[in-house]
Design a protein around this ligand. Structure first.
Ligand code: AMP
Ligand code: MG
Length: 416
């Protein structure tokens, strides 16, 4: 009889399952950066991982400059009165002359500050006089509206850390330093294998008993978002020989192999035994819900991750356990998952001995967000994931009580 349902009562192992934290610790401990480096122009750097730290070749800003459109003067001249003739006009990109004593300069945002000027008065605050001069308000302080050379970045300062993910801000910062290309990590090659005799590719007609292969596309998209080079062996039949062959071929071509399905305890589940024959199963089973049959090991010399077949379980385990591991294989900086307390808007008496990752949406109408179940919490239900802002984490054997706070993991940040 097949016990592929993943429920606790059908577990065939007697040893306790690993906790989520234990599984995360093992994965982190085993992970090594597997990819080399290459240099890419900034225009192609989006989403890539910086392979070296970068220090600033120049100061930003490179020269003192005006923060406003207005008039620049020397504050010591204010002792002689508040009216000034305009002796010079300086726009951004121009090289100014020294300030003529007792005068002011017409100056624009970004223009270099002439020697002798120590304050800029915004143009809205001056009165233009008939003779072409200006009257400025009393009480001006030196330094006002002047951006000092190096106040953003000092020359030689650390600009970006090794392993930083390059997004708009990071790429813009590199451009501001005049850096045209950067050393980045090569893409991690990931092979996704989806197992199951019942699976059909979208676009094909569905015969009785068949379902469309969704896991392949969920994982492909998620891995691509992380910056991986993903390829998929569309279908692996539920036989030991076929599974072993597919795993060996995938391991030969990829830095990482990820499978879905076939890792439960049913007679149709061949992944674990095939992995054990080709390499090693480091652990099977994590006390999380959904996602119990999560498997980690290696096929030949290639790391292997076996995700559950149930589509929501595959996605939760990918997001909670695999993303951080993939980041490490890619040479990416890691950081603990952002996790903050959020009030529950519902009560759930049913408890489970596994740590639960409830798919919730946040109601933000009031000042404090409140979590509500986004839909069915069955491990086979994927549609809820399109509505869920994140996971409400419920500790083993704990009920959920309306009004109490639980750890909330926002999903969008997971892909950073
Ligand atoms: P398994 O772990 O292979 O027993 O699969 C558990 C459940 O997930 C079964 O209902 C499978 O039909 C379903 N399933 C497995 N793989 C996929 C897939 N690639 N896409 C959609 N559903 C799947
Ligand atoms: Mg199956």
């Amino acid at each position: 009889m097949s016990h592929a349902c993943g429920c606790d009562s059908h577990a065939t192992t007697r040893r306790p399952l690993l906790s989520v934290q234990e599984a995360q610790d093992i994965l982190a401990d085993q992970a090594r950066c597997l990819v080399g480096t290459e240099t890419v122009p900034l225009a192609e750097a989006q989403g890539r991982t910086l392979a070296e730290f970068i220090t600033a070749p120049i100061a930003i800003p490179p020269h003192d400059n005006s923060a406003m459109d207005g008039y620049g003067l020397n504050s010591q001249d204010l002792a002689r009165g508040l009216t000034f003739p305009v002796s010079q006009r300086v726009a951004a990109g121009q090289v100014p002359e020294r300030l003529l004593p007792g005068s002011c300069v017409r100056i624009f945002t970004g223009a270099p500050i002439p020697e002798g000027v120590d304050v800029v008065v915004p143009q809205e605050r001056v009165t233009r006089l008939a003779d072409g001069g200006v009257q400025v308000p009393a009480g001006l302080q030196p330094g006002g509206n002047i951006r000092l050379a190096g106040e953003d970045v000092r020359a030689g300062a650390l600009l970006l850390q090794t392993g930083a993910r390059l997004e708009g801000a990071e790429i813009g910062l590199l451009a501001s330093q005049g850096i045209p290309a950067v050393p980045v990590r090569q893409r991690l090659r990931v092979q996704v294998l989806t197992t199951g005799d019942e699976l059909v590719q979208p676009g094909q007609p569905l015969q009785p008993g068949q379902i469309y292969n969704s896991n392949q596309y969920t994982l492909m998209a998620a891995l691509q978002r992380l910056g991986c080079d993903v390829s998929c062996r569309h279908w692996v039949a539920d036989s030991f020989d076929n599974t072993r062959e597919a795993l060996a071929a995938a391991a030969d071509q990829a830095h990482l192999v990820i499978s879905t399905g076939g890792v439960s305890v049913g007679e149709e589940d061949h992944v674990r035994s095939a992995v054990a024959e080709l390499g090693e199963v480091r652990f099977w089973g994590v006390a999380m819900k959904p996602g119990k049959p999560f498997t980690f090991g290696q096929v030949l010399d290639t790391p292997f991750i076996g995700l559950p077949g149930n589509p929501m379980a595959a996605l939760v385990t990918f997001e909670v356990l695999v993303i951080d591991y993939v980041r490490r294989l890619m040479g990416r900086q890691t950081r603990p998952l952002m996790h903050f307390p959020v009030e529950s808007g519902f009560t759930r008496e049913r408890t489970t001995p596994r740590q639960e990752y409830l798919r919730v949406r946040l109601d933000c109408a009031d000042f404090e967000p409140v979590a509500h179940l986004a839909g069915s919490q069955s491990s086979g239900v994927l549609s809820v994931a399109t509505l869920a802002d994140g996971y409400l984490v419920v500790a083993p054997n704990q009920p959920v009580v309306k009004g109490e706070r639980y750890g909330f993991i926002p999903r969008p940040q997971l892909y950073f």
